[in-house]
Design a protein around this ligand. Sequence first.
Ligand code: OGA
Ligand code: MN
Length: 302
Amino acid sequence: MAISIFPVTPRFAAEVGDINLSKPLDAATLQAVRDGFATYAVLVFPAQKLSVEQHLAFASNFGPLERTVQKTLHSEKLRVREEIADIANMDAEGRIWKKDARLRLFQMGNRLWHTDSSFKAPSGYASMLYARSVAPIGGHTEYADMRAACDALPATMKARLQGLIAEHSLMYSRRRLGFTEFSPQERAAFAPVLRPLLRRIPESGRETLYVASHIGRIGGMTDAESEALVGELIAHATQRQFVYTHRWRVGDLVMWDNRCTMHRGTEYEDTRWPRDLQRATTSDRIDAFGLLERESTAAADY
Ligand code: OGA
Ligand code: MN
């Protein structure tokens, strides 16, 4: 049976049915998902039942699996394996975290508009976030369509962005949260990566903004000018007409294209309700300049 694709918004988010992600997908099904993913940069697969292995096996269809940065950042042991980015509000023993836990403060970075792993080389391509438990209220994930936002830029702004290169680092987004202390090891692991502000997505041919809270500085500008421009672009791109809000149900797997979307988690009572979301992310094979990335990088060895 062919898969069904049901648009949630005309050109950004769609639900995918008649597909079981726990089994290997045949070539035709995989191609249909790829085609859908080129049109809709956010795909929702409801009612899936996935083990961690099945989740990772599905993700591997979309490139090499990333390793989580959590290992570099927290010496504490991980709750899940390192190919999973743990988006849950839990410690390694599965207990809801305490208000002042370092992990909690650090994960607050996910409340800022960002795209996954723009600070890595190669950068993030597809993220697949799977819900094992959800908060009864709050704790949604919002997505912004950076292609539509790019299309809607005033011509003068688009001309201004042409050729501009931004520095992305996890240290910059965490600095926005008040983290200023980084160990030499963290500084080395999160050395800034250069990415253009405008890029084209090969599969759809669409131009997109590539902006995130991970940006610290833009080439040729002062820190203050960079900050102002990044702020202006994020404000533009996250206007209501470009945003899809996902309200989680247990068993949802949401997949997004990090090259042309931003996302952020919304608030919830995170010291009260367990919210167990687990993410697999794959690396881009081609960098944002259209060049082939090195196969193996320091980022892949975290
Ligand atoms: C992510 C992410 C935010 C959230 O999974 O990459 O940023 O809490 N999630 O939904
Ligand atoms: Mn994220």
